[in-house]
Write a protein that binds this ligand. Structure first.
Ligand code: FAD
Length: 288
């Protein structure tokens, strides 16, 4: 199933993201993650694409195929053109097609100093257009409620996003954010710019002060005072921070759905227990 077909059916779409386990993790750890996710009834699961990919023990395509064929959940494979040239893209798309995976999240990615960047596609919009030419994939792309870090301003970022949609992106997934007003403002700008495809809001539960500070510095998400207070108070108490982080994510999702967002994309960090707790707390809400 193409992910864009999930929308417009009168309820909030609920998807999540997993990543291929690192080489240091047991090879079967992805099964544990997916076994834990399967009863949560996500509408789709996406699989990230690591730069270079050599530090993981299973490829994005393999895991996407597993989700699609063994767990019978629609899968979406991320693909970055900074790590994949035209030949790599062709090979990966062939693999995905052969295994019945119908969705690709087309990304530019970020240069990794350990691997020389591929240069066939400069921006995600070029990769989107290339995948579209094949005509057989649902194509999704990334968007940034607070603007992409390299963008001079929100206006040019939204214009670039419109180009990506015009090139063929049928569905957008947002970068994580902690202030829903940022997302609602972005949504309004996108709609005014004529971006009419479904846009999912990316939510990451805060479970570790260290990892959230790293994420925030990587992606530029701003920290509302409420979250800063939570980190200051509970940051050194993992159990308390876990409770507070889950409560914060549930609060964000509840408000987003009340505000009419079409989809929630949960960054699960391969933690099914946290995903299940969140899903359970919004069981009735997500049906609306
Ligand atoms: P683009 O859409 O190409 O945009 C990048 C920048 O270029 C933006 O500032 C944009 O405004 C600008 N731009 C676009 N077109 C033009 C143009 N024609 N001229 C000038 N400027 C232009 N990274 C991974 O490595 N693996 C993953 O699996 C992964 N998954 C992600 C999932 C989501 C939902 C999100 C939000 C991000 C993900 N990322 C992933 C991170 C992503 O690769 C980075 O944010 C990257 O910096 C930008 O990728 P993009 O596809 O948004 O790029």
């Amino acid at each position: 199933m193409k992910l864009c077909e999930l929308f417009g059916k009168g309820r909030t779409v609920f998807t999540c993201e997993v990543f291929p386990p690192k080489k240091t993790a047991p090879v079967d750890s992805i099964y544990k993650t997916l076994d834990g996710m399967k009863d949560i009834r996500f509408d789709a699961i996406s699989v990230t694409f690591g730069a270079g990919g050599s530090n993981v023990n299973q490829s994005t395509q393999e895991i996407a195929a597993l989700i699609e064929n063994q767990y019978h959940i629609p899968a979406m494979a991320h693909l970055t053109c900074v790590a994949a040239g035209r030949e790599d893209v062709d090979r990966i798309l062939d693999q995905l097609k052969a295994s019945g995976v119908e969705n690709v999240l087309a990304l530019r990615g970020d240069a990794n100093p350990d691997y020389p960047p591929k240069t066939d596609f400069k921006y995600a919009s070029e990769l989107v257009a290339y995948i579209r030419e094949r005509g057989d994939f649902g194509i999704s792309a990334a968007c940034y409620p607070e603007g992409h870090l390299e963008s001079p301003d929100m206006v040019s970022d939204v214009r670039r996003l419109k180009e990506k949609v015009d090139a063929g992106a049928q569905h957008l997934v947002s970068q994580l954010f902690f202030d829903n007003d940022d997302f609602f403002r972005f949504l309004e700008r996108a709609r005014i710019a004529g971006i009419n495809v479904p846009i999912e809001a990316g939510i990451m539960p805060v479970l570790s002060a260290k990892s959230i500070q790293r994420m925030v510095s990587l992606c530029g998400a701003s920290m509302p005072a409420k979250l800063t207070r939570i980190l200051a108070r509970y940051g050194d108490h993992p159990e308390a921070l876990r409770e507070a982080g889950i409560a914060y994510a549930i609060d964000q999702i509840t408000d987003l759905i009340a505000g009419g967002v079409e989809g929630i994309h949960l960054y699960t960090m391969n933690n099914p227990d946290v995903a299940r707790e969140i899903a359970k707390s919004i069981a009735s809400i997500r049906k609306l």
